[in-house]
Ligand binder design. Structure first.
Ligand code: IMP
Length: 426
């Protein structure tokens, strides 16, 4: 048995899907455990680009089992779109895609309500992906209106439940937010139909996964978003609504923590963030624009330009402790190839004091000034390098310094989007 959690160590978009795709070569099964269609996992194979929002990135490997765990909030519409695209591109999911019967659903009223709330908040908005994630998790935790995948399989009770729920949600939409009501009948009929389309994928995935582990197989847990977007450990309230950290891999799949062996934190060689919220090393100048253009840093889900900044070791130290990281995968090193000077944030200065840990209090974070260490760039291409010792000396120094500052080994380096543009380093 081997289990690896692959998760984002920053604010998402770290290149998790590329790492998952690479590691899937030696895995039997890949599982998504939290989040929903807010994720945009991009994989490039043989020049073809695939963007996954719902289905685990491992699906590109024929024969590998892919699971959508109970911790995910599933948007059937997004799933069907992805299934259609995969079919059109000749990738079969038959008999190897499984969906948890206890996963909650994202419903049209979740998206409508989120849009209404964000609009109502004006400049105070969170800047979410508008995929209905927060409202869907709210209904799950609040319990009165949560709809689970298993509910879709019984048309009569679904009709009753959804009719009541859509009525209640329409009250909020119309009375509080002055929006048009949603069509109750259309939603009910659509979701009954969705149940029929989903039926063959639905199972108790906790039992399935534990059985796979008992057979000594290798399972990868594919995290979505990143550590600082975790609802408990992130920059609250500018976070997503799930546990993006390693613990989510257990609660979001129904396997016990004693079965997790490795936790791989994926981090970019610099930092990005989409949406609002604090970002101490953000570059609001030409340098930031340059990194954005070099890295084509635009959201895979929403197309929004990503905020860009220097690498921040304080963030990674937080990621190390809350996830129990066993190693790191450093991605997008090649994006820095042409910069002649690089900065790494080693800690923050707050009113004369140097702090090395990422503060949990946003009021303290607001007053933090990054303390930088400057390193020379390597100014030569790394995209063709496949052996760590063949990286330019300054690039090796950069990688080693990052690993030293965080106290975690960097075992994988990505130097391009293609599957083979990967360096293993022990
Ligand atoms: P939500 O997950 O759509 O509720 O958005 C909450 C915050 O998380 C916003 O700042 C989003 O931009 C951010 N976010 C959500 N999903 C991702 C992702 O996959 N990558 C990066 N940021 C994300």
């Amino acid at each position: 048995m081997s289990t690896k959690v692959v998760l984002g160590a920053q604010w998402g978009d770290e290149g998790k899907a590329k790492v998952v795709d690479y590691l899937t070569i030696d895995a039997d099964c890949v599982v998504r455990y939290q989040g929903g269609a807010n994720a945009g996992h991009t994989v490039k194979v043989n020049g073809n680009v695939f963007i996954f929002h719902v289905i685990p990135a491992g699906i590109l490997h024929p024969g590998k089992i892919c699971v959508i765990g109970n911790g995910v909030v599933l948007d059937p519409e997004a799933l069907f779109k992805e299934l259609k695209e995969l079919k059109e591109r000749g990738i079969s999911v038959d008999g190897r895609l499984f969906i948890s019967d206890t996963a909650h659903l994202v419903m049209p009223y979740h998206k409508a309500l989120e849009k209404a709330v964000e609009e109502n908040q004006g400049s105070e908005k969170l800047g979410t992906t508008l995929r209905g994630i927060g409202p869907a998790y709210r209904d799950k935790v609040e319990r009165t209106y949560g709809v689970r995948v298993m509910d879709l399989l019984d048309a009569n009770s679904l009709r009753e439940k959804l009719t009541q729920t859509v009525r209640a949600k329409n009250q909020i939409l119309t009375r509080i937010y002055g929006q048009e009501p949603l069509d109750e009948r259309k939603i009910v009929e659509n979701y009954i139909e969705s149940g029929e389309k989903l039926r063959s994928f639905v199972t108790d995935t906790s039992v399935l996964l534990n059985r796979i582990l008992d057979e000594n197989k290798t399972v990868l847990f594919e995290g979505a978003q990143g550590t600082l977007l975790d609802v408990d450990h992130g920059t609250y309230p500018f976070v997503t609504s799930s546990n993006t950290t390693a613990g989510g891999a257990c609660t979001g799949t129904g396997i016990g923590p004693t079965r997790i062996e490795e936790v791989i934190g994926v981090t970019k060689a610099y930092t990005t963030r989409v949406g609002n919220g604090p970002f101490p090393t953000e570059l609001l100048d030409e340098e930031g624009d340059r990194i954005r253009e070099l890295g084509q840093e635009y959201g895979a889900t929403t197309g929004r330009p990503r905020r860009c900044g220097w690498f921040d070791a304080t963030i990674l130290r937080r990621a190390r402790i809350v996830n129990g990281l066993t190693s790191l995968a450093l991605t997008r090193l090649d994006i820095l190839d042409s910069l002649d000077r690089l900065k790494v944030c080693v800690g923050y200065q707050v009113e004369g004091d140097l702090i090395e840990e990422f503060p949990t209090d946003p009021r303290v974070l607001e007053r933090c000034e990054p303390v930088y260490e400057e390193l020379s760039g390597w100014c030569s291409p790394t995209t063709e390098v496949r052996i760590a010792d063949e990286l330019p000396a300054q690039a090796r120094k950069y990688v080693d310094r990052i690993s030293e500052l965080i106290g975690v080994p960097i075992n994988l380096i990505s130097v391009g989007p293609a599957r083979d543009a990967t360096i293993e380093r022990k």
